[in-house]
Design a protein around this ligand. Structure first.
Ligand code: GTP
Ligand code: MG
Length: 240
């Protein structure tokens, strides 16, 4: 068996492959034709990313305004923190490959709904719904999709409220509607999701161990749900 493997992959194959890869990059990705193509197309791509960044700024400001205005009645800030990101080019390309999306900017805008992402972290579960309702009732926000993984958690134990919305951005001489994914979570749900996300990138775990840890995380997610509700009950009883 060992001999067969050695014959299939003779010594030095790694070097041959690496030379082949370098030749491929030089001849294709560094060719004049490809570099001309990149130069011609970078401006529209940069523009698209800039528009998504503008949409993020619009949405983030809306949540800052809501946080400030709700804090007067609540006597506390419902939002703990806001995190934003524009999807990286490599993860955008991976998603286009996975979903077989045509290689055009229009196709990206139409089909990839999470190029712009805003994560709103709240202290208590009911703040999430109050903020989401207030945000969605604004007349320039159009709801495209809603997934409530708090009421119906994912099999992994993942909990969050996801909205895909369209928000207008006002440019020099046009108004453009951009899609933004908004994820609402409590601090505890966010803590859980960060750790669980890291586990996905641990490819060196034996299968059996990975299964045990996934079960453990599912169990933690249930405890986190109880903890969130108990904390909320304490807050409600004491009017905090
Ligand atoms: P894609 O966006 O194509 O992945 O599928 P989808 O549109 O069905 O997305 P979904 O609403 O399921 O989730 C979108 C985002 O939510 C992901 O990019 C993650 O940020 C987060 N998410 C969803 N499921 C999980 C999960 O099980 N664990 C963690 N840590 N995050 C998750
Ligand atoms: Mg998505």
């Amino acid at each position: 068996m060992e001999n067969e493997t050695n014959e299939l992959f003779p010594a030095g194959i790694e070097n041959t492959l690496s030379t082949y890869r370098e030749d491929f990059v030089r001849e294709n990705l560094m060719s004049d034709a490809f570099l001309d193509f990149v130069e011609e197309n970078t401006k529209p791509i940069d523009r698209m990313f800039a528009y998504y960044q503008c949409a993020i700024m619009e949405v983030e400001t809306k949540f800052k305004v809501l946080d400030e205005s709700l804090s007067v009645d609540l006597e506390r800030n419902p939002i703990e923190s806001i995190k934003t990101r524009v999807k990286s080019v490599d993860s955008l390309l991976r998603k286009m490959r996975r979903k077989n999306i045509p290689l055009t900017l229009d196709a990206i805008e139409e089909n990839i709904k999470d190029v712009a992402g805003v994560r709103v972290i709240c202290s208590f579960p009911d703040d999430i719904y109050e903020l989401a309702d207030a945000f969605l009732s604004q007349d320039d926000i159009t709801l495209i999709e809603k997934k409530d993984y708090i009421k119906e958690p994912k099999p992994s134990g993942y909990r969050s409220l996801h909205l895909i919305v369209e928000v207008p951005i006002f440019l020099k001489d046009e108004k453009k509607n951009m899609k933004v994914e908004v994820q609402f979570r409590t601090i505890a749900m966010d803590f859980w999701a960060s750790l669980e996300h890291k586990l996905h990138y641990k490819h060196d775990l034996p299968e059996e161990r990975a299964k045990v840890l996934a079960d453990e995380l599912r169990n933690c997610a249930e405890q986190i749900e109880m903890l969130d509700l108990r904390m909320q009950a304490v807050r409600n009883e004491c009017n905090l």
